[in-house]
Design a protein around this ligand. Sequence first.
Ligand SMILES: [Cu+2]
Length: 144
Amino acid sequence: MKRLVLIALLGLTSMANAAHHEVKMLNANDEGSMVFEPGFLKVQPGDTVTFKPTNQGHFVQSRTVPEGAEKFISEEDEEFTITLDKEGIYVYTCPPHRMMNMNGIIQVGDNMTNREQAAKMVEDLEKRAQTNKGRLEKYFSEVK
Ligand SMILES: [Cu+2]
């Protein structure tokens, strides 16, 4: 009986600890034009992330997600919130500005099961970028 109560309490605690993060979709910031802010984010499993259409003409689409995680795509100029349950690396893009390296990375937890797959996607997206080259690689170097 005591154990059940403890498990229930632990469940509540982990729910209460789930954090909420925001990523702005911007036409420009210190890092250059067409950019997610922050472009690299580390969160814990169960946290939520909201993509904010701070400027117009942007949306977000996943390119690489950990095994078992759902792919995602938002509507242009719409706020979009996801809950990230699966540990690993999420690489995402703003499709209209992919060529301007409007890409970003979210690291969930510390278990990087899909690091190789993510590295390939980063390489591919960097190759396609005409401007802001190196930005996504810099984000990827922050994955630890
Ligand atoms: Cu964009």
